[in-house]
Write a protein of this length. Sequence first.
Length: 410
Amino acid sequence: MTLLLHSGPVDRDTLPAQAQVVVVGGGAIGLAAADELVRAGADVVVLERDHLGSGSSAKPFGGVRATFSDPGNIALGLRGLEKYAALHERTAGGIGLRRVGYLFCARTAGEAAALEASTALQRSMGAVADVVAPARAAELNPFLDASALVSASFSPLDGYAQPSLAVAAWAASARERGARVLEGVEVLDVETTGDGARGARRRVSAVVTSAGTVRCEHLVIAAGAWSAGLGRMAGTDLPVEPVRRQIAFADAPAGSRRPATPSGELPFTLDLSTTFYVHGSPDGLLLGISDPAQAPGFGRAYDDSWLPAFEAAAAVVAPSLVGLPLRGGWAGLYENTPDHNALIGRVREVDGLVVATGFSGHGFLQAPAVGEVVRDLVTGREPALDVSGFAPERFAPASAAPLLQEVHII
């Protein structure tokens, strides 16, 4: 790829006739990638069908962590933590980064063994994490019932940030360096040259949108829950489906003890048995649990269908949270793949096509690192991080690639 350095002002509000790179998706992944690409000198257009950060990045708080069991996820998380700290420092007002820590709770011997193994792996890769006894876990999160736990892991440098602030920071940075970031523009089709027959490879040539057609050399699909349809337009199968996730807001119970964490704040606490989770925020608590029975779909209406499962888990793990009055809730979309891990890489059957999607709840925390990886994939560099385990073709019928087995799934 020949990079063209920007030498003058651009019209940021109109679709150009051509661009080197078109990024579809104006959330954390797409904008992090766009910012890295434009910093590398690329001519970039970002297309967002709604408004920036309106998809999976719309949640009020996003966890940032390196606490995973797969080396690829750990590496992306570690680099993400590093990059988020830098983004927080250079952004006026910050991005709401709070290092409150993550506390994963094990309630069976099997979970405890897996937790110990993953914590050892995290530490070997440079993460700060320790296995702690149930009594210590209950000091870190006073809502926990220590008698329900076998062990826990605590990673004090993990935490959360505000996706809306990070998205705005990346968008401003990319625009400042010449990228066109367009909202309210829907992709209608992807044009390719070549028919794939007799060894002839297909290549991305243009993107047809509701605002016109833009010719391009490279297309990055970073559209979260909407990525499967874009993949079909480009001639590839992306096994990504939208699944609703819900959270609720509540005040902490009266008389709650102060968490014995380095920050003095409640850590992001998760029960491995049920995915029950709770963490603090500047004005109270956030509560949630994954619903395995939730049917795929784009619906984002909030309801209380998940509350019985949350209450049942809380009754065992954190009894003082049962029946807590709620102050409202939020519903958004995960972009799930069959193994709940991302699709990151070049698409073999279509030259010029790079995908970064299907993060299954990990997108915000991995966005800064994935932005760098996408930059390298587009510009022909070898990424510093090994993302071969996230190859888009691993789900193809003829693929012999093993699927990732990630334990730390929310």
